[in-house]
Every structure is written in C-alpha cells, then in structure tokens.
Write a protein that binds this ligand. Structure first.
Ligand SMILES: [Zn+2]
Ligand SMILES: [Zn+2]
Length: 82
C-alpha cells in the first residue's frame, strides 16, 4: 500500500525535507504541521507496517495517532464549516 501525500491525499512518490510522504506536485510545499488534539504536541510522521501515519511526538506519554487520510478529512471538514 503506497503512502498518501500529506497535502492532497494523492499517492506519494517522494518525501519532503521532514520525511513526510508527498506527491511530485506538493514536494516543494512547506512541511505539514498538525497539533495533537489530546496533548497539543506536534504530530510527526511515523512509519508503521501499514504505511506512514501521524503520531504524537509526545509518545509514549501520549499514544494519539491518525492516518494521513483521516487528517486530511478532518482538515477538509474544518474548512467547510468556516
Ligand atoms: Zn500532493
Ligand atoms: Zn499527544
């Protein structure tokens, strides 16, 4: 299963300078920033056996994690409300 681009959700083929999976179109964009909804630490890309996902940098104190797809969906919902 290929990773999804953290910016647009397309299949990612490269990584940006912070090792986040991105597509060719988004590779020059600034690295994505998410704040943990539980502890307000920064989320970082981690690689699991099912591909990359966002994990809390407060791990193991905080085990919050969200898939790249989920993160993008939440982002979209937020913008729709505004
Ligand atoms: Zn992209
Ligand atoms: Zn956290």
């Amino acid at each position: 299963m290929p990773d999804l681009c953290v910016h647009c959700g397309m299949f990612a083929t490269v990584f940006n300078k912070e090792d986040q999976p991105v597509c060719m179109r988004c590779r020059e964009k600034n690295p994505k920033r998410y704040v943990c909804s539980k502890c307000k630490s920064l989320m970082t890309i981690r690689k699991g056996k099912y591909g990359s996902f966002w994990g809390c940098s407060g791990y193991p104190m905080c085990d919050n994690s969200v898939s790249i797809k989920q993160a993008l969906m939440k982002e979209r919902n937020k913008t729709n409300i505004k």
